[in-house]
Design a protein around this ligand. Structure first.
Ligand SMILES: Cc1cc2nc3c(=O)[nH]c(=O)nc-3n(C[C@H](O)[C@H](O)[C@H](O)COP(=O)(O)O)c2cc1C
Length: 174
């Protein structure tokens, strides 16, 4: 319940020790047959971050304030091939949630995103063609929501909602 995708980042630097503990939490996620298909590309150099910011969608401009970007990349055939399902995506989801929960533990905000241009991010970071960028997680200390643009501020203030359990749970069969 404490984890949330906050948008108001402060530019206060995050220590390497904290970043490492977040990566460590990601590393210990479960994965199908322990394939661990994930790769974490950590950006904290300000010049590199500025270049990477050019790849962000307009709606994700709030994330430019975050001092750390973790790009999670994986090969599409890197996980299990059971049931014809792309299990590398589940594995990446699990590692990302582990990292997000660790950000909460450390008193930081972590926000997963898909709003960016993959080719541009690959060019900035040198991620090989064979890998797909699944998500970019922005990490930082929480800042002042009043610094956000109007739309982001509205989203930030909106209540977090979920489907009711009765809509999604099927006890003893569908
Ligand atoms: C795969 C994925 C992609 C997302 N992409 C974006 C994004 O591009 N921009 C954004 O602001 N939030 C993004 N989010 C955050 C979701 O909007 C957010 O998790 C959802 O609204 C629920 O809010 P909560 O995380 O605060 O509980 C993404 C979340 C996930 C899991």
């Amino acid at each position: 319940m404490k984890r949330r995708s906050g948008r108001a980042f402060s530019d206060k630097p995050v220590s390497d020790e904290m970043i490492n503990s977040i990566l460590e939490a990601g590393r210990w996620a479960p994965s199908c047959s322990n394939t661990q298909a994930w790769n974490f590309i950590v950006l904290k150099d300000t010049q590199l971050l500025s270049k990477a910011h050019e790849a962000l969608s307009r709606g994700n401009a709030y994330a430019k304030a975050a001092p750390v970007m973790i790009i999670v990349a994986a090969k599409e055939d890197g996980g299990c091939s059971s049931h014809g399902l792309p299990y590398f995506m589940m594995d990446v989801g699990l590692t990302v949630e582990n990292m997000l929960l660790q950000t909460v533990h450390l008193g930081l905000l972590g926000h997963p995103t898909v709003g960016w241009n993959e080719e541009m991010l690959k060019e900035v970071t040198g991620i090989p063609i064979a890998y797909r960028i699944v998500t970019v997680v922005f990490i930082g200390y929480e800042g002042d929501p009043e610094m956000l643009d109007e739309r982001s501020r509205e989203k930030e203030k909106a209540p977090r909602i979920r489907k009711d359990l009765s809509e999604i749970v099927h006890w003893n069969g569908w």
